[in-house]
Design a binder for this molecule. Sequence first.
Ligand SMILES: Nc1nc2c(c(=O)[nH]1)N=C([C@H](O)[C@@H](O)CO)CN2
Length: 119
Amino acid sequence: MDKIHIEGLEVFALIGVYDWEREHQQRLIVDVELCADLSMAAQTDNVDNTLNYAQIAQGIKDFAAKSQFKLIEALASHMVDWLLQSFPMLKKVRLKLSKPDILANAKNVAVEFTKEQTL
Ligand SMILES: Nc1nc2c(c(=O)[nH]1)N=C([C@H](O)[C@@H](O)CO)CN2
């Protein structure tokens, strides 16, 4: 299946279980794999015939900025649902959400969800 990848997208969200975490938005990183038929875009060379990755990246940033979940699982899962609903051309989405600045002795902590279109 054809894929568009957006890697290392920095977003900010109010996230976390503890009160001290909820005073400011925290930095998160999104890696997303967008599965869709890209053959029409390849043939026509027209951005109207594809998933515009700039529009999707901005949508992900806006979604995160408006969210108020406690767990990264909840934010990631709702983000995938929003992508599938907003972009019917998507067949499948795999999304990894990282919270890189939270664990003192680890480089990263992340969750990953994969969901398919139900439309
Ligand atoms: N599986 C998870 N575990 C934890 C989460 C989370 O989102 N998913 N969050 C926290 C705290 O908010 C953490 O970021 C700070 O200790 C703890 N465990």
